[in-house]
Design a binder for this molecule. Structure first.
Ligand code: HEC
Ligand code: HEC
Ligand code: HEC
Length: 132
């Protein structure tokens, strides 16, 4: 009897263990860009993207240097994601490219307080002063 109970406990542990292992561990769903490749290899962008755009912000804002390669407008134009209605989503939406990992990794950025998070004709700074 004692042996049986022991087996039952063991079995429960094994079954529960399996459930935990097999349960869907949520992973970020990262939408693909609208092109074959990024401005740099994907692996590099994944790790270093903030340095490129943050760096360029410093160069742009403080030294007046502009390069097109790491333009935030470029990122936004190529990395669009549409909702079910076919409308391009803004950073407020969890599906937005930049949000796909940030929500998962609990990263907060303030960029879209000023920059538009969807393509605009004029540039990333939206004509209405942001919050797009
Ligand atoms: C307080 C407002 C403000 C915030 C917040 C802000 N920017 Fe900017 N940013 C500007 C302005 C103004 C310019 C210069 C106008 C332009 O170039 O269109 C600029 C220019 C840039 C540029 C160069 C232009 C381009 O489109 O590539 C980049 C890159 C950039 N910002 C990245 C960022 C990133 C990344 C963040 C968040 C970490 C950020 N900015 C947050 C106001 C802001
Ligand atoms: C011309 C289109 C284009 C532009 C411009 C662009 N990207 Fe990309 N990006 C892509 C594509 C396509 C991929 C996926 C590449 C692949 O699967 O090999 C990608 C991948 C990435 C990834 C990795 C995503 C993952 O799956 O891990 C990051 C991060 C990224 N881009 C950020 C940026 C940032 C930041 C900018 C602006 C400086 C930018 N991209 C500009 C097309 C673009
Ligand atoms: C592949 C996942 C992924 C994608 C896609 C992605 N990010 Fe990030 N981003 C991260 C992670 C993870 C961090 C935090 C890295 C760290 O803390 O060292 C981060 C950090 C940042 C930072 C620095 C925040 C800070 O205060 O240090 C900026 C700016 C940024 N991302 C901008 C963007 C923009 C703009 C896009 C869309 C064009 C984008 N990211 C798309 C994963 C991603």
């Amino acid at each position: 009897m004692k042996y049986l109970r022991m087996m039952l406990v063991l079995l429960t542990v094994v079954l529960l263990g399996n459930t935990i292992v097999l349960a869907d561990v949520p992973k970020p769903v990262i939408p693909k860009g609208n092109a074959e490749e990024c401005v740099l290899p994907k692996e590099e962008m994944r790790v270093d993207h903030m340095n490129y755009i943050l760096h360029q912000r410093d160069e742009t804002m403080h030294r007046g240097i502009r390069t097109k390669k790491f333009s935030l407008k470029g990122c936004i134009d190529c990395h669009t994601v549409k909702d079910d209605a076919g409308k391009i989503v803004s950073y407020k939406d969890k599906k937005h490219f930049c949000n796909s990992c940030h929500t998962y990794a609990a990263v907060n950025i303030d960029c879209f307080e000023c920059h538009a998070s969807t393509p605009t004709a004029k540039g990333t700074i939206s004509s209405t002063g942001g919050k797009k």
